[in-house]
Ligand binder design. Structure first.
Ligand SMILES: [Zn+2]
Length: 584
């Protein structure tokens, strides 16, 4: 993995004031020492997302998300740690040099380069003689020169070595060629994967080409669309085609119009529907829902007007609802796709269609003509719907849908709730509950609480207690708390942000952030630690005493001799007393 030196990370963290950075995404208001706003990571109406500028960390009391300024950028923009540091580095004019594993860095650099070369080549070809027919086709389909150039649409003609020859001799490693997904294996080495296809470059958030979708053109290849396979750059279920252009519009309108095809996307974008996104090269997944949920809470599914399109829209819609995103389905005319529809009826009609979109469940009931179904089929449909609703975690959304279902089909709501519980237990899911909170009742036992207190005291009074904690680190038996305390001691700093950045696992980081967010004003930190240490030393003995007592009761009930165990219990009591006395 590519690495950045700790010095550079620290420099950038200091240059980029966490309040300044997060304020660009969240409207923050001061309350006490900290700032609060609506959480960008979960849907809420009252602010529970807080930023502690002195500690340089954030934490959401609602969903538990937490971390440093880099973690915020990572989560918000879906970047790796290194990319987040680079992004802020660029913003604050600090050069970021990667050290460590240069092989990985080189691979990624080369993969981007190969894609850039390919995109340029394909586009050049589209505007050359050999691409004439393809260009004409696109223009006949209503795409303007500007749209074609903005989205870098291109053309791969029929040859097997067109791209292969272009990248040859440019110093690319065999690994980069193989992993780019742009080449197939021929008898004499790599050959072009994409041939006789109109090429749609798929770009990441930074507008870099990471993959291609190719539509067959003047060839009898049965695959109408072919896409790049999964590669180190391209993770299909996390990518939306066009995101780099339209994400700001999706955010500002707090709604996305979701389509399935490249041409659908381009036609709508060109027509002025600028909050459009397309899934690329795969069906809609829960990961897509998570991604889109970061920029909007409402999605208009505008899928093809055939049976397959309707089914896919329903599936995507339930996935969105299950991730607390409002899903509405646009009724695209029978057997048209959104691209055809735009050309046939014009943008105004399509826009009206979007505003007239039906909430998912209503659409589902309408498209299946649920009210008029024979009883058995209706019952099956209800079961099918309940199975989907059972996976919705947000109880407000779920109850609302249950009510709709009850009203529309005139079914008793209590009966539906009972059936929903059945459906939930069949799926062996935890019973539908409030939105998941990662921070409730994390550490509940006496010993766990003592360790949490050691950690918070260590943070607030680092220099006073570090030696004391260091000497008794082995008493911290909770792996996560031990790791956090060890990191503080190892880095010899009281910067909570630095420590949080060491947790690569998001769940772990969130948990630690929730602990570190607690404000502490401690008069005598040393004695606080001492108290906690006594608790930790005493706890195992207390447990043993408890066990001994149970054993004694058991033996007495069975009429057996208890002498030995009674002696043992007394010994334990003496040990306990000793702990309390020597630590006074
Ligand atoms: Zn939250």
């Amino acid at each position: 993995m590519a690495r950045i030196s700790q010095e550079t990370i620290d420099r950038i963290r200091h240059a980029s004031d966490i309040l300044d950075v997060i304020s660009q995404y969240v409207n923050l208001k001061k309350r006490g020492r900290n700032y609060f706003g609506l959480c960008p990571f979960h849907h809420e109406r009252t602010p529970s997302f807080s930023v502690a500028p002195e500690k340089e960390i954030y934490h959401c009391f609602g969903c538990g998300a937490g971390g440093s300024v880099f973690n915020f950028i990572m989560e918000h923009e879906n970047l790796s740690f290194v990319e987040a540091v680079q992004q802020l580095g660029r913003r604050y004019g600090i050069e970021v040099e990667l050290t460590g594993d240069s092989g990985t860095k080189r691979l990624f650099t080369q993969l981007y380069e190969i894609h850039e070369i390919a995109a340029n080549l394909y586009q050049k070809n589209l505007f050359s003689d050999r691409g004439n027919a393809a260009l004409e086709y696109l223009i006949n389909r209503g795409l303007s020169d500007k749209t074609i150039k903005t989205f870098r649409v291109g053309f791969a003609h029929g040859s097997w070595d067109y791209l292969t020859e272009t990248v040859r001799g440019k110093g690319f490693t065999r690994e980069a060629i193989d992993k780019s997904g742009l080449f197939g294996k021929g008898k004499q080495g790599p050959v072009d994967r994409f041939r006789s296809r109109i090429m749609f470059p798929i770009m990441n958030r930074s507008s870099k080409v990471i993959a291609f979708g190719g539509r067959v053109f003047e060839s009898d290849d049965p695959a109408k669309y072919m896409n790049s396979p999964e590669t180190p750059l391209y993770h299909k279920s996390e990518v939306f085609y066009g995101y780099h252009k339209t994400a700001p519009d999706v955010r500002s309108e707090n709604a996305a119009v979701l389509v399935e095809g490249y041409m659908d996307f381009l036609q709508m974008y060109q027509g002025g529907i600028q909050n459009v996104l397309a899934v690329s090269g795969t069906a809609f997944t829960d990961r897509h829902a998570l991604q889109i949920g970061k920029i909007t809470q409402k999605v208009y599914l505008t899928y093809d007007g055939d049976e397959a399109g309707k089914k896919a829209a329903l599936r995507a819609g339930y996935s969105l609802l299950q991730n607390s995103i409002d899903a509405l389905i646009v009724s695209v005319p029978e057997n048209l796709d959104p691209d055809d529809w735009m050309r046939k009826d014009g943008v105004k009609t399509v826009q009206e269609g979007i505003s007239g979109a039906l909430p998912l469940l209503k659409y589902h009931l309408q498209v299946t003509d649920a009210k008029n179904l024979p009883a058995v089929e209706r019952s099956n449909l209800v079961k099918e719907i309940l199975a989907e609703l059972a996976e919705i975690r947000d109880s407000i959304i779920r109850d609302d849908l249950l009510q709709t279902l009850a009203n529309e089909l005139k079914i008793n709501e209590q009966e539906l709730i009972r059936k929903l519980k059945e459906a939930a237990s069949r799926k062996r899911l935890p019973p539908p509950d409030e939105p998941t909170s990662t921070q409730t009742n994390l550490f509940t036992t006496v010993a766990q609480k003592a360790q949490v207190e050691i950690l918070t005291t260590l943070v607030s009074s680092f220099s006073e207690v570090k030696q004391l904690v260091k000497d008794h680190l082995d008493l911290m038996s909770e792996p996560l708390l031990n790791k956090a305390a060890s990191l503080f001691l190892e880095y010899d700093v009281d910067s909570t942000a630095v420590i949080l950045e060491q947790f690569e696992d998001k769940i772990e980081r969130d948990k630690i952030a929730s602990i570190l967010m607690v404000e502490q004003n401690i008069d005598d930190p040393q004695s606080v630690i001492q108290e906690c240490l006594i608790t930790l030393k005493a706890q195992p003995i207390k447990d043993k005493i408890e066990q001994a007592r149970l054993k004694i009761r058991e033996l007495e009930a069975a009429g057996q001799d208890t002498n030995d165990i009674v002696l043992e219990e007394r010994q334990l009591h003496k040990q306990l007393l000793l702990i309390y006395q020597t630590n006074k």
